[in-house]
Write a protein that binds this ligand. Structure first.
Ligand SMILES: Cc1cc2nc3c(=O)[nH]c(=O)nc-3n(C[C@H](O)[C@H](O)[C@H](O)COP(=O)(O)O)c2cc1C
Length: 368
């Protein structure tokens, strides 16, 4: 019987050849102008040839202050668009994966070093910037951010719209809006951070208002045939914070605005979060959001075993499975998972004789 994991999945006009998704993972390897480099060709090309159904490019800043580090990708000008278009074209040449990108704004967690260099804040003298947020509430250990005025919020929506248009010009199939991990849009959602007393704060409806305005604006300029998703932190893992019921309500609003799926991640707002880690630790959030909103969901977080991924889909907890660290460790994960489940993943012709079904045969015979 064919597996669920290797059954195609349709999102509007995009058909994923299977449900294996490469989760967005920031590489902090752009040049200082936010342009994609040879690192990105290697990084994304590596998976494009290796059979996943979809690759979602890392968090990409919608303005200079939206990057996490001065070495993050940006998408606010034509030059950046062309650098990403090169990577998109390269990936399409070598494999059939649907190609998405994640539009992001780091908010109060922006302007830090590349993580392997250190956790330090980068000041404006070293290419950094004054971070912005919904409120002048600092992430512990970081500078107090500038709280955005209503006029500045309007400008920011325009930046998201520009980036969305540039994403279309670069040839992406899908946009995922980053509303997770304590970055800007998650800060608006979370009562732990959002202390505004205008219409963008207060109750759940007020806190959701700005992220929903951004989604509505970018959906309006993204082609109707192309899918859009949203990544949420389903819970802040902290008393009095954003929780999975709030995420269900947010998903229902997003669905009404034309969202096609939710990725259920978690945490990132508070360093003293009480996170419970373990295999598939966020899967229950994907299941609850799916049940409460009727939207497709993507499960992510310590899903490393093919049968584990298959079981999540079989149980109806999610529709797609995203992998981050595990598929970085083993970029051919989709091939190996297909073999383990007795199924097939896209496999390039030039590699045909290396496939496990042919590898142990006499290659001199196959060659003739
Ligand atoms: C190096 C690295 C960079 C990441 N960057 C992003 C990012 O840009 N956007 C995002 O939403 N999640 C990001 N994440 C989180 C992953 O997408 C994923 O949700 C997380 O690693 C859990 O999945 P895993 O257990 O399969 O790694 C990153 C994770 C890693 C390890």
């Amino acid at each position: 019987m064919p597996s669920q994991l290797f059954t195609p999945f349709r999102l509007r006009e995009s058909v994923l050849p299977n449900r294996v998704v490469v989760s967005p993972m920031a590489q902090y390897s752009a040049d200082t102008q936010g342009l994609a480099t040879n690192w990105h060709l290697m990084h994304y090309g590596n998976w494009a040839v290796s059979g996943p159904g979809m690759i979602i490019f890392e968090a990409i800043g919608v303005e200079p202050r939206g990057r996490v580090t001065p070495r993050c990708l940006g998408l606010w000008n034509e030059q950046q668009m062309r650098s990403l278009k090169t990577v998109v074209g390269f990936c399409r040449e070598v494999g059939p994966a649907v190609l998405g990108l994640q539009l992001a704004h780091s908010g109060r967690k922006g302007s830090t070093q590349q993580p392997w260099v250190g956790p330090n804040v980068v000041g404006p003298e070293a290419g950094g910037w004054e971070p912005i947020s919904c409120s002048a509430e600092a992430y512990p250990g970081r500078p107090v951010p500038h709280a955005l005025s209503q006029g500045e919020l309007t400008e920011l929506v325009a930046n998201y719209v520009t980036s969305t248009r540039l994403a279309e010009a670069a040839g992406f199939d899908l946009v995922e809006l980053h509303c997770a991990h304590g970055y800007l849009l998650h800060s608006f959602l979370s009562p732990l951070v959002n202390t505004r007393n205008d219409q963008y704060g207060g109750d759940l409806a007020g806190r959701m208002r700005f992220p929903l305005e951004v989604f509505r604006a970018i959906r309006a300029v993204w082609p109707a045939g192309k899918p859009m998703g949203v990544r949420v932190s389903a819970t802040d893992w902290k008393e009095g914070g954003w929780d999975v019921a709030d995420s269900g309500a947010f998903a229902r609003e997003l669905k009404a605005l034309g969202c096609d799926y939710i990725t259920a991640s978690s945490g990132g707002t508070a360093p003293d979060q009480k996170i419970v880690l373990g295999p598939g630790y966020q899967v229950a959030f994907a299941a609850q959001i799916r049940a409460e909103s009727g939207l497709a969901t993507m499960a992510v977080g310590q899903i490393n075993e093919p049968q584990q991924a298959e079981d999540i889909l079989q149980a109806g907890q999610a529709d797609m499975i995203a992998l981050g660290r595990g598929i970085t460790w083993n970029p051919r994960w989709a091939w190996h998972a297909a073999e383990a489940l007795g199924d097939k993943a896209p496999f390039p012709g030039p590699y045909a004789r290396s496939h496990s079904s042919l590898r142990f045969s006499d290659f001199t015979v196959k060659r003739s």
